[in-house]
Each structure stands twice: as structure tokens, then as C-alpha cells.
Design a protein around this ligand. Structure first.
Ligand code: SRM
Ligand code: SF4
Length: 579
């Protein structure tokens, strides 16, 4: 594949220097891990560590106290698994659960991109933990960093043979687009490969990144695959979104949407959420080369001076969608076909049991904010462990932070249901509509960027919202609620019918008006307000929604029809940006 260089007007950022000098992601990580004086590693190594799936963090609840005591912050590491399409075997689950209890903070956290995070791993445990994950045939390479991340795809991809094919293609993409450096094996596995892996040359080896080159991408790059009518991955929030087109039961190919992204900086209008733009249709055999073309044009054209403007969405808006597409097509030597018709009906999860095309059953459980822990009667971590001990199918994480106990034989359902009931994992049967569709990012105390609480605020906020909704007869209304502790948008809050985006302790922007299909961004309704003002603002809107909505109208759609919110410019609505 050829590359095009563009004139650089500003010098590359510090991050680019670190990548360039890292010897393909090695840096001095090994030396830093061995340093017994501190629980941390250097800033440069921390930048590189992300490519290996880990971040240095500190417990923000303890920061002030430790400063007073002249102690260094309570450093630990967050670790993220790379799990294509969020599929985990029961054996892997048991390993992950053991890591959570023995090396992390006693919890497993399902993320908004279908994988797991462990928090609270101390430095000396990082290497054995990554080695244990690897031995379970999973990994952490490129779960973070300026590379193609874990490819996500519609959960429950077992409803038809075409679903299974789409899932296999998402997994193929995830594997093909992963970095090829030997640094990961060298640092974490002492250069050893598993029996099932190609035998690695013993170091020193000459590394080569055929897709990325030595400085990798300008910024993170996310790929998601949705199978209509379900948009549970929020396909328009992805750098590269793929919409499966299934006709006559067969997978014909994918509509391609590029340039989605959520991250924003408060008060900086040059940053914004953007929905992906549809640029064409491709067949399954074109998938890898098209994905490589999008990734490499972004590699060559993306902004390497200003990380805030380095995502694909800014490259597209800066260089023009047409120019980007023309460059892609010149590298591909073929043109993309016109976008094919498709239609989404929702982006939340479907709870409870569903039966797949082959007669197997799949049970979706609601996991509040994706946090599996044992707290009071909610013994969710233990419950999933007990399920993993008897389950013969697999588990599938969803992009809404839930878990599917997948591929259950009809005769095993009763036993699964009993374990679910015993550990209070059966909340999905009685919960309110808003609770079932709430997604919250991690935020405090581990996230270094959090400005306000998110996950920890959910148990406080939800009962108040529920009592308001109940008063208006809306307790069953499926309203999509998204909470983020800062504007980076890890819960994809700009796609929430109601969203809270953290401004400072106890203060949020209240955003309203996305649809329930992941096709329209919301807008700021009230800025920088506290809980009382949030509930005051919502109360009259719920009253109007209850009185004036049409039979199947969602809350976000209603707010626009009732002119509570102004119509949005077209680039904020996915279905209107077909190129
Ligand atoms: Fe995120 C940074 C957590 C999904 C946009 N995200 C972070 C960090 C690593 C904080 C940091 O850089 O120091 C957070 C770690 C918190 C912690 O303590 O665990 C963090 N992001 C998460 C997770 C765990 C949220 C969750 O509650 O599930 C999600 C992990 C996904 C995964 O498994 O890979 C997560 N992050 C997202 C998403 C949603 C998505 O991709 O579908 C987004 C919005 C989509 C996008 O990328 O545009 C997202 N995270 C960000 C950004 C803003 C990027 C930008 O373009 O501006 C940052 C900050 C950054 O990169 O500088 C960020
Ligand atoms: Fe942290 Fe902000 Fe992401 Fe929440 S949205 S996890 S606060 S970076």
C-alpha cells in the first residue's frame, strides 16, 4: 500500500517522540517495572504501556490524605483485555475472576467496548497478571494506545448463520490489525509464545510494523460492526463503523461509515462529537483491504502535532470527506459501491432469554455500570463465577456493559436461572426502563481525567429519576441514560436520550434529544447544573412526554417533535450524511 505524506506545519507532539524512540513499544518499561523505589513508572513508559493494555492510575479518594502524609500517590495499574467481539469462554472467565480477586480490587469491570478492565493491580503483579491472561488464550496488547483497538460487534451474533459470519469477520479484523511488535512477548512473557502461536525468534529481533510503521497511528482508532436492526455497538460513534447487510439470510457485505467519535474538551469549540459518515458499500472479501486503507490514510494524514485534533473525525473535517474517500479509493484501486438500505430500531440491549437459529438459548443479564462485584445481597462476581463453573457455552460482553450467557442448551436453562436468581442477577426482570438502559463510565476514583462522579453516582441518581418517572406514569418507558464523569465521553453520552456530562464535583451538563437508534446526537439543555436542577429540568419534560407522546415515540424523538429542542444540523444526524 502506498503512503502519502502531507506538509507538517507544526512539530510532532511529545507523544510522537516517545513512540519514535521506543524501539517498537519497548521504551524502558522493563527497567521501570523492576524499580522497587516507586509504585509508578516514568511518564514516557506510561505512554507506551497503554499499547500493552495498561494505564498507571492512582486512587483519587486517597490523594489528599497521602499528600498530607508526604507519601507518593497510591499508584496501581488498570489493565484492559483485548477480546474481539467480547467473547469469553467459561475457562477464561474463571481465570479473569481469579485475577480480579487475587491481583486486582476484587471486581471485574465490563467496559463500553465489550471487554474487561481490572483496577488496582500493583506494579509487581502486572507481569504475572498479563502472563496469566495470555495463558488463558486472551491478551491485552493494543487494548489501549494509538492503534486499532478491540473490534466490537453486535452481541448475540448467533441468531443466524450470517450473524456468525459477521462475528468471524470482526474477529479476523481485530487479529489482522493488531500490532506485530515482539515487545509484548518480550516484556510480559519473557519472549515465550504459546504452543498455538507461531514460534517467535528469540530476541534480539528486527521488528517491523507493516501496517503502522514505527510511530503507529496519530491517535486511537476504533472499529465497530452492527447487525441491523440492532445498533448495540453505536456504530456511528466508531472511527470505522460497519453495518452488516444481510439479504435472503446471507451476509452480502457492509455499509461503511467513517469518522465517528465522541471526545470533547469543555469550552473548546474546535472539539466536538461527530457521527460517522456513510461512504459506500463493500463485500466481505473487501473488508480487510478497505479497513487497512482507512487506517493507513488516517496514519498518513492524521494530525501528529495536536493530539486533541488527531482523531479521524478531525482529519475528515480538515481535509474533506471527498478527498479522504478519493485517497482511499486510489490506494484500493477500486471504488466503493453505493450505500445499501438498512434500518436500525434500537441501540440498547435485549434482556432475558432469546433462542438462536440453531436452537441454543442466550440469556442477557443487566450489570449496573458493568461492575461485577459482591456487594450485600448482590453477589454478582460470585454468581458469574458459579455460572462459569457449570456453563458449557460461552459468555459475551455487550457494548452497554452487560453480559450474555450464550449458547445454553434448552435443558440447562433451569439450572442457569437458579444460579442467576440465587445471586440476585435477575434484576432485569423487574427493573424500570431507565435503569435497564443506563450506561455510566468508570470515573472516580480510578480515572485520572474524571471531573465528576459517574459509576458511583448511578445508585444515588437512579432512584430519584425513577420516582420522578413513576409520578408521571413512565416507569416502564425505555429511556436511554448515559453518564460520563468528563466530556471525553466513554459512555458515549452524546448518544443518550438523557445524558449527564461531568463539569466538576456534583455538577453536570444536562444533554437531551438523541434517538434510541444511535443515529442522532443530543444537545446541551442546561449547562453546569447540580442534581436538584437536573431533576427540576426533567420534571416538566417528563410531564409533557407522558401526556403528549405518540404510542411508540421515544423521549428524545418527542423532545424534537414538541420543539423543546431545536432541529439539529445534518452532520449531527447519521442518516443524513450519506455520501
Ligand atoms: Fe475512554 C480515556 C475508560 C470507552 C473516549 N477512557 C479513558 C481512560 C483510559 C482515562 C485516561 O486516559 O486516563 C479511562 C480509564 C478509566 C478507568 O479508571 O478505568 C477510560 N473508556 C473507558 C471505559 C472503561 C469506560 C467504561 O466505563 O466502560 C471504556 C473502555 C473501552 C474499551 O474496552 O476499550 C471507554 N472511551 C470509551 C468510549 C466509548 C467507545 O469507544 O465506544 C469513548 C468515546 C468514543 C471515542 O473514542 O470517541 C472513549 N476515553 C475516551 C477519550 C476521548 C478520546 C477523544 O477522541 O477525545 C479519552 C481521553 C483520551 O484519549 O485522551 C478516554
Ligand atoms: Fe474517565 Fe472521562 Fe472516560 Fe469517564 S468519560 S472514564 S471520567 S475519561
Amino acid at each position: 500500500m502506498t503512503t502519502t505524506s502531507i506538509p507538517v506545519t507544526a512539530p510532532p507532539s511529545e507523544f510522537e517522540r516517545v513512540k519514535a524512540n521506543s524501539n517498537f513499544l519497548r521504551g524502558t518499561i522493563v527497567e521501570g517495572l523492576a524499580d522497587p523505589i516507586t509504585g509508578a513508572i516514568s511518564d514516557d513508559d506510561n505512554k507506551l504501556l497503554k499499547f500493552h493494555g495498561s494505564y498507571l492510575q492512582d486512587d483519587r479518594d486517597l490523594r489528599d490524605e497521602r499528600r498530607k502524609q508526604k507519601l507518593e500517590p497510591a499508584f496501581t495499574f488498570m489493565l484492559r483485555a483485548r477480546l474481539p467481539s467480547g467473547v469469553v469462554t467459561p475457562a477464561q472467565w474463571l481465570v479473569f475472576d481469579q485475577i480480579a480477586r487475587e491481583h486486582a480490587n476484587g471486581t471485574l469491570r465490563i467496559t463500553t467496548r465489550q471487554t474487561f478492565q481490572w483496577h488496582g493491580i500493583i506494579k509487581r503483579n502486572l507481569k504475572p497478571t498479563i502472563a496469566a491472561i495470555h495463558a488463558s488464550l486472551a491478551g491485552t496488547i493494543a487494548a489501549c494506545g494509538d492503534v486499532v483497538r478491540n473490534v466490537v460487534s453486535t452481541a448475540n451474533p448467533i441468531e443466524s448463520a450470517a450473524h456468525a459470519e459477521a462475528y468471524a469477520l470482526a474477529t479476523m479484523l481485530s487479529n489482522e490489525l493488531a500490532p506485530k511488535t515482539h515487545a509484548y512477548h518480550e516484556i510480559w512473557l519473557d519472549g515465550e509464545a504459546l504452543v498455538s502461536e507461531p514460534k517467535l525468534a528469540k530476541p534480539p529481533v528486527k521488528d517491523h510494523e507493516p501496517l503502522y510503521g514505527p510511530t503507529y497511528l496519530p491517535r486511537k482508532f476504533k472499529i465497530g460492526l452492527a447487525i441491523p436492526p440492532l445498533n448495540d455497538v453505536d456504530v456511528f460513534a466508531q472511527d470505522l463503523g460497519l453495518i452488516a447487510i444481510i439479504e435472503g439470510g446471507a451476509l452480502r457485505g457492509f455499509n461503511v461509515a467513517i469518522g465517528g467519535g465522541m471526545g470533547v474538551t469543555h469550552g473548546d469549540d474546535s472539539t466536538y462529537p461527530r457521527l460517522g459518515s456513510l461512504i459506500g458499500f463493500i463485500t466481505p472479501d473487501q473488508l480487510l483491504t478497505v479497513a487497512e486503507a482507512v487506517v493507513t490514510v488516517q496514519r498518513d494524514w492524521g494530525n501528529r502535532s495536536e493530539r486533541k485534533h488527531a482523531r479521524l473525525k478531525y482529519t475528515l473535517d480538515h481535509r474533506g470527506l471527498d478527498a479522504f474517500k478519493a485517497e482511499m479509493e486510489s490506494r484500493l484501486a477500486f471504488a466503493l459501491a453505493p450505500v445499501r438500505p438498512y434500518s436500525f430500531d434500537h441501540n440498547g440491549d435485549r434482556y432475558g432469554w432469546v433462542q438462536g437459529h440453531d436452537g441454543q438459548w442466550h440469556l442477557t443479564l443487566h450489570i449496573e455500570s458493568g461492575r461485577l462485584a459482591d456487594v450485600g445481597e448482590r453477589r454478582w462476581l460470585t454468581g458469574l463465577r458459579e455460572l462459569a463453573k457449570v456453563h458449557t457455552g460461552d459468555f459475551r460482553m455487550t457494548c452497554n456493559q452487560n453480559v450474555i450467557v450464550a449458547n445454553v442448551a434448552a435443558g440447562d436453562r433451569t439450572r442457569i436461572d437458579a444460579i442467576v436468581r440465587e445471586h440476585h442477577l435477575d434484576g432485569y426482570l423487574q427493573q424500570s426502563g431507565v435503569r435497564r438502559h443506563a450506561v455510566a463510565c468508570v470515573a472516580l476514583p480510578t480515572c485520572g481525567l474524571a471531573m465528576a462522579e459517574s459509576e458511583r453516582y448511578v445508585p444515588e441518581l437512579l432512584p430519584k429519576l425513577e420516582s420522578l418517572l413513576d409520578r408521571h406514569g413512565l416507569i416502564e418507558a425505555p429511556i436511554l441514560l448515559r453518564l460520563s464523569g468528563c466530556p471525553n465521553g466513554c459512555s458515549r453520552p452524546y448518544l443518550g436520550e438523557i445524558a449527564l456530562v461531568g463539569r466538576g464535583p456534583g455538577r453536570y451538563d444536562l444533554r437531551l434529544g438523541a434517538d434510541f437508534r444511535g443515529e442522532r446526537l443530543n444537545q446541551v439543555y442546561r449547562e453546569n447544573i447540580d442534581e436538584a436542577a437536573i431533576l427540576d429540568a426533567l420534571d416538566p419534560l417528563f410531564a409533557r412526554y407522558a401526556a403528549e407522546r405518540t404510542a411508540t415515540e421515544g423521549f428524545g424523538d418527542f423532545l424534537l417533535r414538541a420543539a423543546v429542542l431545536a432541529p439539529l444540523p445534518s452532520r449531527r444526524i447519521a442518516s443524513q450524511v450519506v455520501a
